[in-house]
Structure formats: structure tokens, C-alpha cells
Design a protein around this ligand. Structure first.
Ligand code: UGA
Length: 454
């Protein structure tokens, strides 16, 4: 099939490259000329393992362009995968979605095109996009569209860092539309993935036993709600374990054992029960907040989702409290942060706990140094005003430092030369914000180590 994808961020690019790999003809559209130029040269503007390699494999089916008029006119299916960043009041900024929908309406020429919301948009946005496409079409053509397009929702469940595997070997695919022809077209589009009929790339082997991917074909509103309900559930699973971890600390229980003990109950599941500094990233914070504000429009409260948010943001404060308990005074202290990205295997700094923690420590008069194996250059560019001293090597954090804090569990941080770090620090203290480090090894290196819990 011939498809167009508007937006070349994490979601748009991954989706485009995967569909091209599955044999579809894909136009990736963006208004940012420099981004499109570098993509044409095979350069990926984000850090996502395997994406550059898959782009090479799929490149004969891929085009990168800023010319909406060509890409949209040719496409049987147009995906809207633009950003929906949070506004100061917590609701998502839909101006990019609006612009994309206007562009679609202006450039539609085929008898029938499916317009798919891939961006996470508030429940009801399908209808809103439908209205915008319609208006733009009428403004351009001077007549009603008369069934020449339908809107669908196709939420994505990919995680940054494992985006390709999450897409090609998805747990499920969800498509929603009130138009049955749109659902049929999306089914055709996803068929190679649903049936797992493609030959996997060598560097992305198919998980053992995966024979097919389940499809949920439903109405528009249900598909939109599935996305929010899934993210909110994952977010509250993390907050739940963090809440239990607080009690575990008080009663002297080991939260890792507790998490394992409850997670092995298949009704609960072991994943997303890692206690620590809490969630960050562009999704959980934004989506839980959007869910609460949608509920408010219907005079509903969502106390469980609200509590998950509260517990999460308390976790960042907890890092500061633990440091205070250890160092007594933060003014004049030098604190090194290991990790800036909101999680390992991404360079994404949106809502990263490390940045929040850095701000809190600086506010209290500490000097904050920070390192990240991948997100450092981005942090230098995007967070110049924060007042953090950026360090190119993790060892640079240690010189006369009073504490090191592990904020992002990059695997290489487990293997640091802890003896050397201990020698260089003023106070050899490490706070493990993700319960990730080998405490016995740190102790052997002469470091005192405390976990965010315990
Ligand atoms: C999340 C969802 O997992 C995806 O399914 C969804 O598609 C995506 O949001 C989205 O809506 O676009 P992502 O934000 O990339 O994906 O990252 P996750 O792997 O879910 O991690 C989110 C945060 O939770 C990270 O800061 C991570 O450190 C934290 N986390 C995760 C924990 O603190 N504990 C855990 O056990 C798991």
C-alpha cells in the first residue's frame, strides 16, 4: 500500500521505517527541512537502537519529503504522528495535529483515503480531526468531501529504546474507526505484521513462539481510550511498587523480593514493578494528566490516576531527602548525577527525573555535575540554563564530590571503576536511585551506598 506519515519523531519514523520494511511504499513528511535532508542521507535525528540499520534495509520503499501536496495526494492511508507536547495547564497542545489535519484536507485527491491518528490525542479527537479535514477540504475544493476520507485511531504502544521490536513484534495492534472500510484497509496494511509473515531482520530476531499478533478492531472512542488506559495502568503499576517500597523500607523488607513475589502471580506480571526514582518521559506524565482532564469534562474524578502522579513526583523529592539525611547540608556540596535520559537506551530528556532532581539540588545551593552516555550533548543544547556542570566522562563527576546519584540505569554504570571514583570523591557516598547497582561491589571499593529505598 501507499502511505504517508506526517511527523518524523520517535513514533512517525519508527512506524514509517517498519511499514517500509514490511513492503509498503512510505512517504515520511516533516516541515523541518534540515531533518528531512539528514534523513535522506540515512541519518536518524534520534537515538533509537536498530533504526538506522532498518532504514538501510527498507530504504527502497521510503521517501523523505517536505512536500505534503505530493505525499498526501498519493497516499491510501495518511498517519498523523506529530507531537502533542503538554501545555502549562497539563492538557496536550494539539496545534501540530490541527496543522497536519488541515494539510491532509487541503491535499486530498483520491476517491478514498484513511486518515489515522497515531499521535496520542485526547478521547474525541478523531471527530475533531474529521471536522478539520472536512473544513480544509471544503475551503480548497469548494465542495463537500462526500465519503472520500474516514478517520481512524491506531494508538502505538512502542517504548523508546525498544521501539522496533515493540512495533514488529507487538503484543497487539489496536485499530478503531466508525467506518468499516477504513478498518479493512488498516487490516490489509498490518497483515504482514499480524500474521508475522515477514522475514525478520538479522539484528531483530522474532521472539520465540510468536506466530501471530492479535488485532483489536473497534470503534474510534474505544481505540482512543485504550491508549490512555494502558499508559495510566503502567504508570500506576510503577507508583504502586514505589508506594509499597516506602512501607518496605520502614518494616525492613526487601522491595526487590517483594516485587518478584507479587509479580510472579501471572495476574499481576513481573514487568513495570521496578521501584526507584519513578517514571519520566513524554508519555506517562502527559497521558495521566490528559486522562484526568478528559474525566473532568464529564464531571468525573480519577483519584487512582491522580494518586499515581502524586506518588511519582514524590519519588524525585525523595532523592533530595535521602541526600539531606546523609550529607545534612546541601549548600556547597558537589553532587554528581549518573544518567540524564528519562530511561536507558534513549537520548530523550522530556520529563527526565534527573533534570528535576538537578533543579531541586541547585535550588538548595548544591553544585550539580551530570553525565549521560547518550543524552549528554542533547542536554548541553536543551538545558543550558539549568546551571548543571556537564561532564563528558562519568569519572569527571567524582573529583571532590560529596555524593554520586544513579538516576538512569544505563548498564555501563554497573561496570564503572568504583575504586577510582571512591579515591577521588570527598565523601565516598553513592545513592542508587534505581536499586540497580551491585552494592557489595561498591562496598568493596570503599563506597557507602544507600538505595532510594532501604
Ligand atoms: C511508554 C509505554 O511503555 C509505551 O507502551 C507507550 O507506547 C509510550 O509510553 C507512549 O505512550 O508513547 P516510554 O515512555 O517510551 O513508553 O517508556 P517506558 O519504558 O514505559 O518507561 C517510562 C518510565 O517509567 C521511565 O522513566 C522508566 O524509568 C520508568 N519505569 C519503568 C520505572 O520507574 N519502573 C519500571 O518498572 C518501569
Amino acid at each position: 500500500m501507499r502511505i504517508a506519515i506526517i511527523g518524523t519523531g520517535y513514533v512517525g519514523l519508527t512506524t514509517g521505517v517498519c511499514f517500509a520494511f514490511l513492503g509498503h511504499q512510505v512517504d515520511c513528511l516533516d516541515t523541518d527541512e534540515s531533518k528531512i535532508d539528514s534523513l535522506k542521507k540515512g541519518k536518524i535525528p534520534i537515538y533509537e537502537p536498530g533504526l538506522e540499520e532498518l532504514l538501510l534495509v527498507a530504504r527502497s520503499n521510503l521517501r523523505f519529503t517536505t512536500r505534503a501536496e505530493e505525499a498526501i495526494a498519493a497516499a491510501e492511508v495518511v498517519f498523523v504522528a506529530v507531537g502533542t507536547p503538554p501545555l502549562p495547564n497539563g492538557s496536550p497542545d494539539l496545534s501540530f495535529v490541527r496543522a497536519a489535519a488541515q494539510s491532509v484536507g487541503t491535499h486530498l485527491v483520491r476517491d478514498y483515503t484513511v486518515v489515522v491518528n497515531k499521535s496520542t490525542v485526547p478521547i474525541g479527537s478523531g471527530n475533531w480531526v474529521d471536522a478539520i479535514v472536512r473544513e480544509a477540504y471544503i475551503a480548497r475544493k469548494g465542495k463537500k468531501p462526500e465519503g472520500c476520507f474516514a478517520v481512524a485511531s491506531n494508538p502505538e504502544f512502542l517504548r523508546e529504546g525498544t521501539a522496533l521490536a515493540d512495533t514488529l513484534y507487538a503484543d497487539r495492534v489496536v485499530i478503531g474507526s466508525d467506518d468499516s472500510r477504513a478498518l479493512e484497509m488498516l487490516y490489509t496494511l498490518y497483515r504482514p505484521l499480524l500474521e508475522q509473515s515477514f522475514t525478520p531482520p538479522a539484528f531483530l530476531p522474532r521472539p520465540e513462539g510468536l506466530a501471530a499478533v492479535p488485532l483489536i478492531a473497534t470503534d474510534l472512542a474505544s481505540a482512543e481510550l485504550i491508549k490512555y488506559a494502558a499508559n495510566a495502568f503502567l504508570a500506576l503499576k510503577i507508583s504502586y511498587i514505589n508506594e509499597i517500597a516506602q512501607l518496605a523500607e520502614k518494616v525492613g523488607a526487601d522491595i526487590s523480593q517483594v516485587a518478584k513475589g507479587i509479580g510472579l502471580d501471572s495476574r499481576i506480571g513481573t514487568r513495570f514493578l521496578q521501584a526507584g526514582a519513578g517514571w519520566g518521559g513524554s508519555c506517562f506524565g502527559k497521558d495521566t494528566s490528559a486522562l484526568i482532564s478528559t474525566a473532568q469534562e464529564y464531571r468525573l474524578t480519577m483519584p487512582i490516576v491522580a494518586a499515581a502522579r502524586e506518588v511519582n513526583y514524590r519519588q524525585r523529592e525523595r532523592v533530595v531527602e535521602k541526600l539531606l539525611a546523609e550529607l545534612k547540608i546541601l549548600k556547597g556540596r558537589v553532587i554528581g548525577l549518573l544518567g540524564l535520559a528519562f530511561k536507558p537506551n534513549t537520548d530523550d530528556l522530556r520529563e527526565a527525573p534527573a533534570l528535576d532532581i538537578a533543579g531541586k539540588l541547585i535550588e538548595r545551593g548544591a553544585t550539580v555535575r551530570a553525565h549521560d552516555p547518550v543524552a549528554l550533548e542533547r542536554a548541553k543544547r536543551e538545558c543550558a540554563g539549568l546551571g548543571v556542570v556537564w561532564c563528558d566522562k562519568p569519572e569527571d563527576l567524582a573529583q571532590d564530590a560529596d555524593a554520586l546519584v544513579l538516576v538512569t540505569e544505563w548498564p555501563q554504570y554497573r561496570e564503572l571503576d568504583w575504586e577510582r571514583l571512591a579515591r577521588e570523591m570527598r565523601t565516598p557516598f553513592v545513592l542508587d536511585g534505581r536499586l540497580f547497582l551491585d552494592r557489595a561491589r561498591l562496598a568493596k571499593a570503599g563506597l557507602r551506598c544507600a538505595g532510594i529505598f532501604g
